[in-house]
Ligand binder design. Sequence first.
Ligand code: GSH
Length: 247
Amino acid sequence: MSAVNFALGALAGAAATAVAADAYPSMMPTLGLNRPQIELKYFDFAGAAEKVRFTLLMGGVSFKDTRVSFKEWAELKPTTKYGQLPEMYLNGETKPYAQSGAMLRFAGAITGLVPKDPIKALSVDEAIGLDEDLRREMRPSIVISYDQTIKPKEKARKIKELREKLVADQIPKFLSHFEQMLGNSDYLCGSSPTIADAQFLVTCRWLGSGVLDHIPADIMSKYPKITAFRERMETTPEIAAYLNKPK
Ligand SMILES: N[C@@H](CCC(=O)N[C@@H](CS)C(=O)NCC(=O)O)C(=O)O
């Protein structure tokens, strides 16, 4: 097991077993779906699964939030579909579904958090793409922190250099785009939440967590709309209950 495989997913996040209210939108029957039983299997941190968890929580869909320890992972890895998590299981079947982006869209479809209107859905995917671009910019400074071939002093210097550049250039560039996208709306794509908000909330919590050296925890404070957005999302009853659940 390589530490770098966790690097991009090792984001700040609450660990909790979430059981949301059992309220599916009316579109479920039109999709030909009975209420699926969902198990989402991932590590005990936010990482790639948190956007899916947030979406299911916001949509009031119950799911089994299985957390795998690093100790368990060595044994579990060879049994997984692609050697990675998250995996999703539906209706107690043994067949797993992989790829968090696919799970996000599935969760969005069953909760109504992906707009049915293709043009509105286009905007949602645009926001998701922008979030992914921001994360791509962060990647080199995360990956290097797990590189065992670089001497600690040189590594620390390189990480500082990369992160200071991110704080000066790329992060403000992307946050300004998101600030503008929010405009006078409560959410990234209008007056109601979507999967893009679930995904961007994870990024806001990560960047503002203070866990990344040289990225100040108050990096969002210059962006009042993003700050208000984060507050709005985190105080949504289902999300608040999840985030505040004692470990
Ligand atoms: N594209 C995949 C990436 C999944 C992924 O990178 N999973 C990492 C954790 S975030 C993992 O399972 N690492 C453990 C390993 O590779 O051994 C997704 O979005 O689901």
